[in-house]
Design a protein around this ligand. Sequence first.
Ligand SMILES: Cc1cc2nc3c(=O)[nH]c(=O)nc-3n(C[C@H](O)[C@H](O)[C@H](O)COP(=O)(O)OP(=O)(O)OC[C@H]3O[C@@H](n4cnc5c(N)ncnc54)[C@H](O)[C@@H]3O)c2cc1C
Length: 407
Amino acid sequence: MEPVDRIVIVGAGQAGSWAAQTLRKQGHGGRITLIGSEAHPPYERPPLSKQVLKGEAEPPSAWLTTPQKLAELKVEFLSGRTAVALDRGAREVELQDGARIGYDRLLLTTGARPRRLNLPGESDAPVFYLRDIADSLALRERLAAGRHLLVIGGGLIGLEVAACARARGCSVTVIEAADRLMARVVGPDMSAHFAQLHRAGGVEILTGKMPERFERTASGCRLICRDGTGRDGDLAVVGIGVIPNAELAAAAGLKVDNGLWVDEFCRTEDPCIWAAGDVTNHAHPLLGRRIRLETWQNAQNQAIAAARNTVGEPQPYADVPWGWSDQLGVNLQLLGMPGAFDQAVTRGDPVGGAFTLFYLEGDRIAGVNAVNAPKDIAVARRLMAGNIAVDPQKLRDAATPLRSLLA
Ligand SMILES: Cc1cc2nc3c(=O)[nH]c(=O)nc-3n(C[C@H](O)[C@H](O)[C@H](O)COP(=O)(O)OP(=O)(O)OC[C@H]3O[C@@H](n4cnc5c(N)ncnc54)[C@H](O)[C@@H]3O)c2cc1C
């Protein structure tokens, strides 16, 4: 293989930042250029729907690094610059301002953006989305005590926003199109548990409601649903999923289908281009299928793997998918991506507020939802990574240490 000098990373979020730093740690002595549209240093997004939104922390607490540290690592950081085209033949990235940057290796870490509702009346109404620092601060400023917030989408982000709004003294209605909360990531029992938790915390939860249009009102907006029912609010927040920022790759002819396709080594079909983070749809060796993740762990660890593979002997990226959410003082952790499962086994006491649901396919754990039970997650991760058979009775029995199942 020809020598690698210049590595260009497009997208200076969590994945891009980890990739740049990993390349240096791996001993890459050539040039590294990190290009990001945002004006901030690379940062982590989870606090934007938690501590920052609540007002307990400020955005710099989420920074992953600083321009100074990147300069010390001799990473050329082009912030506030957007890549608009890839010329794979010439191996160049074209920026919005016309600059062209050549590369030997290219890493795409362009992330994702919120999916828009685009409902009639939406543009005249105070409707917010949450992805970046500016979104979080704009929303926080408006979450004043006594205001009523409409949250459209009862997924992880929507429910975290609902919890923050309650903490700031707002009243909240969550409007979800599916018949249960967080349906994409947890099982029905867990959805019911969180619906009860939010209701007990003063949140109105409406499920099975398909939003149809907004109307501007004197104090804010009214959301009308397809069944004719509606709710008034001072403002609305929409959290209905994300769309991978894969247009750059698609326009350059790379395969994009529900994300930019990479293999288990984070390689695209172009031998000079790798990708990581929310933008990817990757082949997962443990699960034996393609997945697209929108998680902190994936943004970090897939980027580390991609960076290593860019300059070293390729190693597969095979983390058991993991994510978490904090709502109303409750910690939810999610492991695996269970499809159809054979049985759900409960360990612990839902009434007591700490319990774990294991979803089994045969005698293997396919997924785990844990409430205030991080230690269960740690052991379950090892059981899943090792594809270890488990006895449901022992899983259920809180007196049997989970670790004993590793034997
Ligand atoms: C509010 C919020 C809360 C979250 N909470 C959790 C949580 O509790 N737990 C969890 O596991 N995960 C959470 N996540 C998900 C997690 O933050 C994401 O999975 C992670 O940020 C993905 O990192 P990324 O680097 O792939 O993409 P991003 O963070 O989206 O970064 C991509 C960057 O690339 C830039 N970019 C895009 N296109 C271009 C271009 N053409 N040129 C230059 N730059 C470009 C973007 O502006 C962006 O800065 C949360 C996400 C959000 C939004």
